[in-house]
Write a protein that binds this ligand. Structure first.
Ligand code: AHG
Ligand code: MN
Ligand code: MN
Ligand code: MN
Length: 337
């Protein structure tokens, strides 16, 4: 725990340095990387908050590797994050939703690999609803080979050295973990600093909110249909019926789940036989956050973070949130396999 008694306000930079001092011998490279992401987040937040009055809304006209129409703000966020990571020579390559292959930063000595969902929930941009950025950080696997390849980056989520997100909502929040708990910061735009708001956040063990796109009901696995019916039954003891909440931006739905408990689900479906959400830059980083906060994240069978990735843009089903809620949906999925 960081000593909060002595100071009322701790900035992200101060917190990162104080935390790093707890690891003697740490050279501060990961700290620098997190500070660089914080800088890009402030720039993106400023653009998001004035999007309505600059022509940054709308489509860019291109489609990405997923066949999604790319929004101007998707590309702006991608550019800002990649250039921030390029400020210090510690990141050797970036994999981003908005780039088909690896982005080699030509920093041969760089020991970190960063996955990015530069803007998550893009469909919310034009209707002024929460969006976010998600990041996942690994150590480069084989430093021997000169040439960087996707293979360097195909590591299970358990190998993440850090992960986190920025949420551009009613305020701009940044959450991250380096494997010793989850810290939460709120951007104070009047001083342009992220201020520590919680330095060891824990997810409630049980929650009465379920979050899933019910429009896909017809193609859900049978167990999920039965689970959602269970959520809707009346039972005071287990605080049912639950409330249904769906923001349409994974980072916002998972942040609400972190704060209030419950479960977020994106299963496999007819349209997305392997699920819609991407393993490496949506599901793994948010699973690390939720597990570090005491929750669970599975793909319907095992832990999301134990999946051995085969491709940098691969998708996975995900059931993530409070431990009791995830174990309950797993019971229904197993019963109706
Ligand atoms: P992105 O905007 O990065 O492409 O991600 C969108 C994802 C995720 O944020 C959200 O949970 C999900 O798409 C919503 O999908 P549906 O519209 O199919 O519910
Ligand atoms: Mn997208
Ligand atoms: Mn996304
Ligand atoms: Mn995205």
């Amino acid at each position: 725990m960081v000593d909060q008694k002595s100071k009322s306000v701790i900035t992200l930079e101060e917190y990162i340095i104080q935390s790093q001092n707890k690891f003697p011998g740490a050279k501060g490279e990961l700290s620098q990387l997190l500070r660089d992401i914080g800088l890009a987040a402030k720039i993106i937040s400023r653009e998001v908050n004035k999007a309505g009055i600059t022509n940054i809304l709308g489509e860019d006209g291109s489609t990405n590797v997923h066949g999604e129409s790319v929004k101007k703000l998707d590309l702006f966020a991608d550019e800002q994050l990649i250039s921030a990571l390029n400020r210090s020579e510690i990141t050797c390559m970036v994999i981003s939703e908005e780039n088909d292959g690896i982005v080699d930063l030509d920093n041969d000595g760089g020991k970190y690999i960063v996955y990015l969902d530069p803007l998550d929930g893009s469909s919310n941009i034009d209707v002024n609803v929460s969006i976010g950025s998600i990041f996942s950080i690994y150590l480069r696997k084989n430093t021997s080979t000169k040439k960087l390849s996707e293979d360097d980056a195909l590591q299970p989520g358990l190998q993440q050295v850090a992960a986190g997100y920025v949420l551009y909502g009613s305020s701009t929040l940044m959450a991250y973990t380096t494997g010793v708990g989850v810290s939460l910061f709120t951007l104070d735009p009047s001083i342009g600093e992220f201020i520590l708001s919680n330095d060891d956040i824990k997810i409630p063990d049980y929650g009465s909110i379920y979050s899933v796109n019910e429009g896909n009901y017809k193609s859900w696995p049978e167990g999920l249909k039965k689970y959602v019916k269970y959520c809707q039954e009346v039972d005071d003891e287990t605080n049912r019926p639950y409330s249904a909440r769906y923001i349409g931006a994974m980072v916002a739905d998972v942040h609400r789940t972190l704060m209030k408990g419950g479960i977020f689900i994106y299963p496999d479906s007819q349209e997305y036989p392997n699920g819609k959400l991407r393993l490496m830059y949506e599901c793994n980083p948010l699973s690390m956050i939720i597990e570090q906060a005491g929750g669970m994240a599975i793909d319907g069978n095992g832990r999301v973070m134990e999946i051995t990735p085969e491709s940098i843009h691969q998708r996975t089903p995900i059931f993530i949130g409070s431990k009791q809620n995830v174990m309950k949906v797993k019971e229904f999925l197993d019963e109706h396999k």
